[in-house]
Design a protein around this ligand. Sequence first.
Ligand code: SAM
Length: 275
Amino acid sequence: MNNTGPEPTFALPTVASPARLYDVYLGGKNNYPVDRDLAAQIEAEVPEIKPMARANRRFLGSTVDHMARQGVDQFLDIGSGLPAQNPVHEVARHHHPGARVVYVDYDATVRVHAEALLAEEPDITGVVQADMRDPETIFAHPELVDRLDLERPVGLLLVAMLHFLTDDENPAGLLQRYLDHLPTGSYVTISHVESDTAPDRAAALEHFYESATSALRARSHAEIARFFDGLEMVDPPGLAHIGTWRSRLTPMTDDETPIPAEQAWGLGGLARLTS
Ligand code: SAM
């Protein structure tokens, strides 16, 4: 990869990171004792954490599948995380073998893993180490400029991301700054930890993430729904729990079972830009 971003600066393995915690929940191996310790404390108080992560990954795969079936063949995955099931490029390539994907994450470990995984296809996949709070840098980055055609629809993913922003950081305003770069016909997929189903456990999760490198803010259904104002939701299912979200184009297969809201209190939605 011809990544001209900052040299990787690796977070010391003394503080748990969201990417490595998520890797623990998903049964991955790219994590440190500090992550496993915090994940164990979280799971003791929030036993839904692992099904929630699995449901989120499945939600991500379904929305990419839907977008690809609708002809989208280029994707921008913000906060892509460590290698996991259903990576965007694999799902998209079932429909578009040459699908282009740019993966963005602020974590240097994620960047190094992504670069290693995608080393054989530098023309169609890009990796950017950047902070999601700086979309202008992301859209100007050569890894993106050389791969995504912003005159054609793009699938933007902000999956399990906006809850890493405080209200003061204005997540809706940040989302708009991303959408301003995308043409009509693009899609955005968002999932977010919600606070209505299990308020005590959502508060516990917020508390635990205060000792990680990024804090987490759970939001109500109404607050999450507002992120989709002005966008055309794919409906059904509209804004739905991540363990049950499926569009008409991506129904559950016989081997899949819904994960109920009580076990996965994240909400997700997919929407199309109509103007
Ligand atoms: N989006 C993937 C998914 O849903 O399966 C991974 C989600 S994981 C919970 C959150 C990811 O966001 C981590 O990899 C973390 O490093 C990244 N992240 C958190 N805050 C970020 C920020 N401000 N800018 C860029 N990446 C961030």
